[in-house]
Design a protein around this ligand. Structure first.
Ligand code: PLP
Length: 353
């Protein structure tokens, strides 16, 4: 059996014990909240991991893109998928229809009339109903209608469009008081209008910690929890010991006393920062930081660390954001201790359409 140390770097490894624990932990949290679990596969892009999530109790999957969904459908994951992205233009609505023919249920989101009209026209062309959720901006400042009143008005529009099957509301991320108030108000408005809301879909890994604040939600869509990363530790959801994905990198140079260079740069760990500093956590040297990255070089600053690495040593880097990191790699290795147990192609890598 291949040993972890035999792998050439830079390489992504997944600690399988941690992965299994992460899957079980989040499933238990969603179960305890009495919701359905619809994990987001954009984090791992690997059908085998989605199968583990479903086996653990997930009742459906979330994809961000049509071509991502296609990879999972090709792998036989064809029961219940939700695409959380506005589908715009006839090429894409045709793509959606082709995929819909191959699955038990494929739902999409929409936050404006143009998108709903396009979906409706596609549904009419193909003689099939298109299940939709209205997307709501509950504070993130991305997609989504801006108020429960706007959601109600768009839902009424959707219900009058041929072949559109309005099924409820979704939002991301579902954290904070503003989001709670938004959903409570939406439920009040829709109930007063006699419009059923069979699905209220929330999302986000940090949001797993506050599911109890959202008793109105029927399902939850976390993604990052399978691996965790610097951001999830920063958010308070995960500890370093729950980070399953690392980029193994070799120290290739120590140009100064405080600086070491690894063979993993922005093309291996990415420049993603969001709300955290630096470019990744160096597992073996707690005081060191990935201070900068160019394409193939990672620049480690050891000024805050007690010890210094030697050229040839291998270190594990926990990326700031595991979801974008995995999209940089053709394959990853599932490991248990020193053993490489499985090699997984990142099947939906680069599937952005
Ligand atoms: C629409 C949507 N739902 C769910 C998720 C999963 O959130 P997280 O990565 O925090 O687990 C995301 C993440 O980007 C998302 O965009």
């Amino acid at each position: 059996m291949t040993k972890v140390h035999d792998l050439e770097t830079p390489v992504v490894t997944i600690d399988l014990d941690r992965l299994e624990k992460n899957i079980a932990r989040a499933q238990a949290m969603v179960d305890a909240a009495g919701m359905k679990h619809r994990p987001h596969i954009k984090t791992h892009k690997i059908p085998d991991i989605a199968k583990m999530q479903l086996k653990a109790g997930a009742s459906g999957l979330t994809c961000q893109k049509l071509s991502e969904a296609e990879v999972f459908i090709d792998a036989g994951l064809d029961d219940d998928l939700l695409i959380t992205f506005n589908i715009v233009g006839q090429a894409k609505t045709e793509h959606l229809m082709r995929l819909s023919d191959r699955v038990n249920k494929l739902s999409v989101v929409a936050d404006n009339e143009d998108v709903i009209r396009g979906l409706s026209e596609a549904g009419v062309r193909h003689g099939r109903d298109v299940p939709i959720l209205i997307e709501n901006d509950v504070g993130f400042g991305r997609n989504g209608v801006q108020s429960p009143e706007a959601a109600l008005s768009l839902a009424r529009y959707a219900m009058n469009m041929p072949r559109i099957k309005f099924e409820g509301l979704m939002a991301f991320p579902t954290t904070g008081e503003k989001a709670v108030d938004y959903f409570n108000r939406a439920v009040e408005l829709f109930t007063a209008d006699g419009i059923p809301l069979p699905i209220l879909s929330g999302g986000g890994t940090p949001a797993l910690m506050t599911l109890a604040d959202f008793p109105m939600l029927t399902e939850h869509r976390p993604g990052t929890y399978v691996f965790n990363d610097v951001m999830m530790v920063h958010s308070g959801y995960a500890s370093w010991d729950e980070c399953a994905l690392t980029v193994r990198a070799t120290i290739v140079s120590t140009p100064t006393g405080d600086r070491a260079i690894i063979d993993a740069g922005s093309k291996a760990i990415t420049r993603e920062q969001y709300y955290v500093k630096n470019f990744g956590k160096v597992v073996e040297y707690p005081g060191a930081v990935v201070a900068n990255v160019s394409e193939e070089h990672g620049i480690l600053d050891f000024s805050g660390a007690e010890n210094r690495p030697k050229v040839g040593e291998v270190v594990n880097i926990i990326p700031n954001h595991c979801c974008v990191c995995i999209n940089m790699h053709d394959k990853v290795y599932g490991i248990r201790g020193e053993e490489v147990e499985i090699e997984w192609p990142v099947a939906a890598r680069g599937k952005l359409i």
